[in-house]
Design a protein around this ligand. Structure first.
Ligand SMILES: C[S@@+](CC[C@H](N)C(=O)[O-])C[C@H]1O[C@@H](n2cnc3c(N)ncnc32)[C@H](O)[C@@H]1O
Length: 290
């Protein structure tokens, strides 16, 4: 269980924003505005007794629920696809593995590029949708750390939005290296560890109405590099996509249900949220080669 208190979330945003003033990014007026806002939040009874206990669910249970709506709008898709397509489009057509394929989003793209595609995922519910979406691909139930794929049988492994769900990266990167032919490529996209540290963790509504968070782990940039190098992969490229600088959003008191969508609480403290998040990394991308 995680204990999620809306006051903790908004005070956390204020705290990160205030720390930034120590690098000279903000002036006295900004600091005083934050302190005044904190006092207002502390006096706000509507935030006082509304904490929730949030269940931590494993990925099979989490994606059993999320599979029903996964292919709806998802801002992460707009972020990972340009990088993945840029790498994939420059590679020759061959045998490709969509590792943790989910509903087959990447498999569909790879098949559209002419690759012979396999997909592996731990969730039967996500796989069922992938099979409908990409009937020409071959999908198998399996774990990233023990792929049901022969040695040296693919030219390309694509793995998006999945590695933050595995507790340890080393066995997974070593599986990617095992299934790749010499010279083969790995393309990885995931939530940046700074995002995971700020609570960017998939949420689901459990059948009994309680909020749940899918088990998620924070791997540092160096953890990916060390696991890949130990597996015999070479780093071709590493990118960290930043949240746009933009402008703070309008403050609003009408929130989406924040128990499954805690980020909605940013709208209570838009200046602090902007100062805490704008310009920080949202996604991490890798291109490795065997
Ligand atoms: C956010 S979805 C991403 C799906 C797809 N790659 C995409 O980008 O749309 C994460 C997927 O990772 C799968 N997954 C998580 N841990 C896994 C593991 N250890 N082995 C295989 N699949 C796993 C989940 O079942 C889920 O389908």
């Amino acid at each position: 269980m995680t204990y999620e208190h809306p006051l903790a979330y908004v005070l956390g945003l204020e705290g990160i924003a205030l720390m930034r003033s120590y690098t000279g990014e903000h002036d006295r007026a900004f600091v005083e505005a934050r302190l005044a806002e904190i006092r207002t939040f502390l006096d706000d009874d509507s935030l006082a007794d509304t904490a929730v206990e949030v269940a931590r669910v494993d990925t099979v249970e989490g994606y059993r629920i999320w599979a029903q709506t996964y292919d709806g709008p998802n801002t992460a898709f707009d972020l990972d696809e340009p990088f993945i397509r840029e790498i994939v489009d420059a590679l020759p057509v061959g045998d490709a593995l969509d590792a943790a394929c989910g509903t087959g989003r990447m498999a569909a793209y790879l098949a559209g590029r002419g690759h012979r595609v396999r997909g592996v995922d731990l969730s039967p519910d996500m796989l069922e949708r992938a099979r409908q979406r990409v009937p020409q691909a071959e999908f198998r139930l399996g774990d990233l750390s023990s792929l049901p794929v022969p040695d040296a049988s693919v030219d390309l492994v694509v793995c998006s939005l999945a590695l933050t769900h595995v507790p340890v990266l080393d066995p997974v990167l070593s599986e990617f290296a095992r299934v790749l032919r010499p010279g083969g490529h790995v393309v990885i996209a995931d939530i940046h560890p700074d995002g995971v540290a700020r609570g960017v963790v998939p949420s689901v509504r459990l059948p009994d109405g309680r909020p749940g968070r899918v088990a998620t782990y924070r791997h540092l940039v160096g953890d990916y590099a060390r696991a890949a190098l130990a597996a015999g992969l070479q780093v071709r490229r590493c990118e960290e996509l930043r949240h746009p600088a933009g402008e703070p959003r309008e403050r609003t008191d009408v929130l989406e249900p924040w128990d499954v969508w805690p980020w909605a609480l940013c709208d209570l403290a838009p200046e602090a949220a902007h100062a805490a998040i704008a310009g920080t990394p949202s996604m991490l991308f890798w291109h490795f080669q065997r």
